[in-house]
Structures are given as C-alpha cells and as structure tokens.
Design a protein. Structure first.
Length: 190
C-alpha cells in the first residue's frame, strides 16, 4: 500500500540586477568591408549616448526559465515590482527561494513591507560578500554581455529594451538547465 507524502513545492530563483546598460547610437553609418583596407565592417569611434537601462533578472534553477524586468532605475520600488512578478509567475508554488547578493534594495523598508504582505512566501538566501561569482545568474550576465550587448549600437532606450526582451524570449524558447556534476559528498571543503 502506497502512502502519499505531502512534499512542499518550492521554486528556486537566482536573481541579480545589471544596472547601467547603455543605449549607444552611431554618429555615422558603419563602413562596409573594402578589399585590402577593411576586412569587416568598421565604425567611427564617436557615439551618442541615448540613456541607460537597468535589468533585473531571475533564472529558475530547476527549469532554466528566465524572468526579466527592464526599467530606467534599480531602486527598492523596482525590486518590489520584480518580486510581485515572480509571485504572480509562481502561483502554484508554496514557497519561492531567492538567491541574492547583498544589494541594499533587498533588505530595504519597502521590500520588508511587501514581504510582510505575503508572509512565508519568499525566503531570501544571501551569498557571501565578495562572492557574486557564486550566484548562477552571473553566468547569464556574462553570456549576455558577450553575445548580445557587445558592441551593440541602438537608436533609443526603447529599442534596447525591445532587444533585451527579445534575447530573453529566445533563451526561454530553449532554456538550458544547469546540472551540477559534483555530489556534495565528493566535495572537499577547506
């Protein structure tokens, strides 16, 4: 006879923000390749700054799905809005465990006030100071910087915002789930 066991259903999210993503526009059109002179497209060193955006991202450590919010700032209120978006996305989960660094917005009065409205819904796990590399979301930021943001030229903040959301949608169409190869019993701790 099988007994049913009530196992709590949790969501595990690795979160961080990437502030100051610049929307930079060319001053003149790119120069096309020219035999013997330019082997690839080149561009003038001058540019026009069109503003910056802030990206708040969470990656689901079980499914690889990415939740993102692009805003003009990264203040306490934007973080609370991001938590509300996570809460809405994981309606079916009992608890949401969020892995964070030590940014002040995560422990602000505004954040604590919101967390009091949803008691026991979120559990924050803070990584050690100077240990941001321990947060898996940093790998996503590195990949994004190398593939999408590197040398990007765009005419406005709105177009940059659209490009960021399109990039995240493309990743969510085929998410990659990180699988740890080492077992906890095999790890040596000094």
């Amino acid at each position: 006879m099988r007994h049913s066991i009530n196992i709590p259903i949790y969501a595990y999210i690795s979160c961080d923000e990437k502030p100051d993503i610049q929307a930079i526009e060319n001053t003149v059109p790119n120069l096309p390749p020219f035999p013997g002179t330019y082997s690839c497209f080149t561009r003038d060193y001058e540019y026009i700054r069109r503003g910056t955006l802030s990206l708040m991202v969470g990656i689901d450590l079980v499914t690889g799905h990415i939740l993102a919010q692009v805003e003009d700032h990264h203040r306490n209120s934007e973080f609370v809005e991001f938590l509300k978006m996570i809460d809405e996305h994981y309606k079916d989960k009992e608890k949401i465990i969020v892995i964070l660094d030590n940014h002040s917005a995560y422990i602000s009065k505004e954040t604590r006030a919101y967390l009091n409205t949803v008691p026991n819904r979120f559990e924050f796990v803070f990584i050690p100071k100077n240990g941001s590399w321990l947060n898996l979301i940093e790998s996503f930021f590195g990949k994004m910087a190398q593939t999408m943001l590197r040398a990007i030229r765009i005419k406005s903040k709105e177009k940059l915002k659209d490009r960021i959301y399109k990039y995240i949608k493309e990743i969510n169409d085929f998410p990659i789930i990180y699988r740890f190869r080492n077992k906890m019993d095999d790890m040596v701790i000094f």
